[in-house]
Structures are given as C-alpha cells and as structure tokens.
Ligand binder design. Structure first.
Ligand code: BDP
Length: 322
C-alpha cells in the first residue's frame, strides 16, 4: 500500500510537464565551450545562480539558432539573455550601426574607452528602448579578411572575391567599395561554403578564424583591421524590468565581472589562435597601407549619414574620445 502510494506520487511528478517560471532564464551563445566568451558566460551564470533566486542556463555553440534570430528572441523575451556581436544588431537598432562602420575605432583601446564611458550609454539607451538591456561589453578584437585565393595587400586584391559578411547591409557596402562581392550568411554555414567554394573568403578576428576551422579552408589571412566591433551581454528589457533592485544590482555586477574575465581571456586567446593557425600553415600577412582601405570607405560613411543624419553626432562623439 505504502509502496503504491509512493510509486503513484513519483509517476505524477514524472508526468508533470516542465513549467518554466519567471526565475528561469535561458541564454544564447554562438561560441563553443572553452572560448573566452563562453567561459565568461559560464562564470556569469554561476555567479547569478549562486547569489540570486534566478536560475540561468546558457546554451553554447549556437544551438538555439542563428544570431539575427536570437537577437529577435531576446527582444521578444522568448529567450532571456544572449551574448551578441553588435554587427547583426544594426539592421534592428539603427543607432548601433555606428559601431559597424569600417575604421570607426582606431584601436581596440579606443573602442573600450568609448564603450566604457558616456558613448556606451548612447547605445545602451537605444537598445533598451528596443527590448535589450546591455549589461556589459565584451571584446571581439579587430576583424580582417581571409580567403582561399591570395594574400590581400591592396584594395585591388579584394576585387572579384566572394566574401561572407555578417548580416548587415553596411558590410555588403563595405566589401562592394573594395570591388568584392559580399554575401550575408549565418556564421555556422561559413565553413561548408568555404569548403565547397560557394564563397572565397570571409572576415573575422583570429579566435573565430581558428575556432571555426576556417583557416583549414581559407589559408590567407590579411591584417586589414577594418572592423572593431564590441559585443554585449544583453538581457531582454522585459525580464530585466521584472527584477527587484537588489537582484538587478547583483546581476549587473556579475555581468561586469564576467566582462573583465572575458577581456583577459581574449587577449591570451588572440595570441594562441594566431600561433595555432600559423602552425597549421595559414599565411598571415601585414597590410602596410591600411589607409588605402580606409579611404575607400568614404562612400560608406556618406550614404550612412545621408540615411541617418541624426547619427553624425554619435560618430563625432566616438571620434572625440580618441
Ligand atoms: C565572431 C563573433 C560572433 C559572430 C561571428 C560572425 O563573436 O558573435 O557571430 O564573429 O562572424 O567574431 O558571425
């Protein structure tokens, strides 16, 4: 009799559907386990779970979908948090497109200085109004072109190359100004497309060039440093607003601490990745005349300003920080 009752209760528990409560937060991350961003996110999750009533879980490796879709999901509170590059954010939140202008930052230090100060607030406010609260800014180094055909030394070397870019028309325009053909494509599809020759190349930082294995199929990496785009650890505005002040403070502190970890790990990983791709036979070349690439970007800025005249002040605010 006793046994039956226990068995019965166990069966009821087992059959009860899983009900997510307001305390359960699911998070999106595109990178594999062990990547600086993933380690930092693990730290964030662990700290928040230990210090608050929230129960966070982060899904690495992009298993919850592509980045543009995930951004929408966090905006709609279908996912509660995510770690996003600001590149694919531009089509949704125009102000953030300023961060995707080629050569907008002169160095990674310039980017940090701007994002950690008042300039960062401009983007935070624009994002918050569109459903995303950035809790901390992560590092993503600088992005350069790589391809399977030839080293790039001058803009003429880009001519005719089919290059994958992140989902944003600004990047299509950027490549077009160099005479290449850009295809926006999900990150997860790039390896196969390089391998089968659907595209000749792409652009990214060393850690992503390495972690994805792209160096195996596109062995010429040319240091143009044309984009320095920060990344955010974002929470959906709806989930954020549901928190009491004490929890908000703890979640924010955990996010900021995770960004410190991420930036430290990032610096080390850049060198490790560079060493690894070189050892595997990738040819990495300096581009002496980066100004030649930068000068080609004048029309990108002109059409951007024509379409977004109010964002000129944001560009100036970034330049003033340097
Ligand atoms: C990496 C970013 C990641 C992007 C990826 C890409 O960290 O968020 O999805 O580039 O090129 O550097 O899509």
């Amino acid at each position: 009799m006793k046994f039956t009752r226990i068995a019965c209760a166990a069966a009821i528990v087992a059959a009860a559907p899983f009900v997510a409560t307001a305390q359960d937060w699911r998070g999106w991350n595109i990178h594999p386990e062990g990547y600086p961003n993933s380690v930092a996110l693990d730290q964030f999750v662990e700290t928040v779970n230990a210090e608050t009533d929230l129960n966070l879980q982060v899904f690495h490796g992009g298993v919850l979908g592509s980045q543009p879709d995930a951004i929408e999901q966090v905006r709609n509170n279908a996912l509660e948090f995510g770690q996003f590059n600001m590149g694919p954010m531009g089509p949704i939140i125009p102000t953030t497109n300023v961060l995707s202008l080629p050569f907008i930052f002169s160095s990674v230090d310039h980017m940090h200085k701007a994002m950690d100060g008042d300039v960062g607030e401009i983007f935070a406010e624009a994002m918050e109004a569109e459903g995303l609260v950035p809790l901390a800014w992560y590092d993503s180094g600088s992005r350069s072109f790589y391809n399977s055909k030839r080293p790039i030394v001058t803009p003429a070397d880009v001519e005719g190359l089919k290059l994958r870019v992140m989902n944003n028309d600004l990047f299509v325009d950027m490549v077009a100004q160099l005479g290449g053909n850009a295809t926006p494509m999900a990150f997860g599809e790039v390896y196969q497309s390089l391998k089968t020759g659907v595209i000749d190349g792409a652009e990214n930082n060393y850690p992503s060039y390495e972690s994805t294995g792209h160096f195996e199929v596109a062995g010429f990496y040319s240091i143009t440093d044309h984009l320095i785009i920060p990344e955010c650890l974002c929470v959906s505005t709806e989930s954020w607003n549901a928190l009491d002040d004490d929890t908000k403070a703890k979640v924010m502190a955990a996010a900021r601490a995770s960004a410190v970890t991420q930036r430290e790990l990032w610096a080390a990983r850049e060198q490790e990745s560079l060493d690894k791709v070189r050892a595997a036979g990738a040819q990495v070349n300096e581009v002496e005349n980066k100004v030649a690439f930068q000068e080609r970007m004048a029309p990108v800025y002109e059409s951007f300003l024509a379409a977004n005249p109010d964002l000129g002040v944001v560009i100036e605010a970034i330049q003033a920080v340097n």
